[in-house]
Ligand binder design. Structure first.
Ligand code: PLP
Length: 400
């Protein structure tokens, strides 16, 4: 019998750590590295949100709070769901956690039993399958294709559902592909779900506000009200409000689920930081105009990156609707030889060679379940992005 629990043996550290670690090492050696692997906005937290946190500190908001959120924040979340998504929730249906990640973690931990299955469209955010595995359940990836813009087809969803299916994890706009489902595309999926009342929907709306070209964001419980009683709609402050380090996320759904999540949280982390919660109240109730300003920059960067990648030999990159990621296929480079003499056999080889030859750090697609591809985060200064894409073009051109 080993010292460590079996459960920890089922999961791995976030696979993005390896490449980020290597990039840091090279930088420390004095190499000129451009990192495009981080999943966070390069913008700072808006001033009004920072001020709200400072005021909370000065008021002495420094005590334990209710485990799953202060009433003021829950009320702000209820207001947000009504205003932006047309969804009616009571504060008793709202849970606040230390990041969206804790909401997902709590929800999966309090519902999954060994043998349960969770459908996860691929490419997926790296934490979904690992949290499912930690709970002793089985991740069921549904592969999507570049041709479909990395969106799951209703018939593929239908085929993946079994009597053991407990959840579908739905993430639009997606990390890592940036793909977002239109209302019609989403309705086609919810039509399938309506026929299978035992399947719950965990909608990860983390990138809701990061959509471009007048794209209309919708979420499952809004598009199909019949799913409301078995949907957890999850969101957070990290991406749209540039608050990754503050750690604040939330979800809304049926009371029995929310209560169980609070019980788990009460025996683990307790409340999210009191100061952060007050900042969250201001984020949701305060002015939202910076989102439009940021999105203008993100859209320009997306267009630049997609265009430059599609001019790179052997790469093909769909133009995604949202988030701050693109997910180009590097199929056309497989089998070629890098300047180092190394043959590129996988997308992991591609990203390692790209890093050592040109100093550009990206994350290989295998980590997200769809290969051969890689993820670029364009939440980086535009001039660095332009330089990184030129280097990618040069690298692809140098493959023989
Ligand atoms: N969901 C998706 C799709 C993400 O990309 C992330 C962060 O990268 C999260 C959830 C969790 O974000 P946080 O825990 O910072 O709220």
């Amino acid at each position: 019998m080993g010292f460590l629990a079996d459960s920890i043996g089922r999961i791995k550290p976030s696979p993005t750590i390896a490449i980020t670690g290597l990039a840091k090492e090279l930088k420390a050696q004095g190499k000129d590295i451009i990192g495009l692997s981080a999943g966070e906005p390069d913008f700072d937290t808006p001033e009004n949100i920072k001020e709200a946190a400072i005021a909370a500190i000065r008021r002495g908001e420094s005590k334990y709070t209710i485990v799953d959120g202060i009433p003021e924040l829950k009320q702000a979340i209820v207001g947000k769901f009504k205003r932006e998504n047309g969804l009616d929730y009571k504060t008793s249906q709202v849970s606040v956690g230390t990041g969206g990640k804790q909401i997902l973690y709590n929800a999966l931990m309090v519902t999954l039993n060994p043998g349960d299955e969770v459908i996860i469209p691929a490419p997926y955010w790296v934490s979904y399958p690992d949290i499912v595995l930690l709970a002793g359940a089985k991740p069921v990836p549904v592969q999507t294709t570049l041709e479909s813009g990395f969106k799951m087809k209703p018939e593929d969803l239908e085929r993946a559902i079994t009597p053991r299916t407990k959840w579908l994890i739905f993430n639009s706009p997606s990390n890592p592909s940036g793909a977002a489902y239109s209302r019609a595309e989403l309705k086609a999926l919810t039509d399938v779900l309506v026929k299978h009342p035992h399947v719950w929907i965990l909608s990860d709306d983390m990138y809701e506000h990061l959509v471009y070209d007048d794209f209309e964001f919708t979420t499952p419980a809004q598009v199909e009200p019949n799913l409301y009683d078995r949907t957890l709609t999850m969101n957070g402050m990290s991406k749209a409000y540039c608050m990754t380090g503050w750690r604040l996320g939330y979800g809304a759904g049926p009371e029995k689920l929310i209560k169980a999540m609070a019980t788990l949280q009460s025996q683990s982390t307790s409340n999210p930081t009191s100061i952060t919660q007050w900042a969250g109240v201001e984020a949701l109730n305060g002015p939202q105009d910076f989102i439009t300003k940021h999105n203008k920059v993100f859209k320009e960067r997306r267009d630049l990156v997609v265009s430059m990648l599609n001019q790179s030999k052997g790469l093909s990159c769909p133009k995604p609707e949202g988030a701050f990621y693109v997910y180009p296929s590097c199929k056309g480079t497989i089998g070629k030889t890098a300047p180092s003499g190394k043959k590129i056999e996988t997308d992991e080889d591609f990203v390692k060679e790209l890093l050592s030859a040109e100093g550009v750090a990206v994350v290989h697609g295998t980590a997200f379940g769809t290969a051969p591809a890689f993820r670029i985060s364009y939440a980086t200064a535009t001039k660095d992005l332009e330089e990184a894409c030129s280097r990618i073009q040069r690298f692809c051109g140098s493959l023989r």
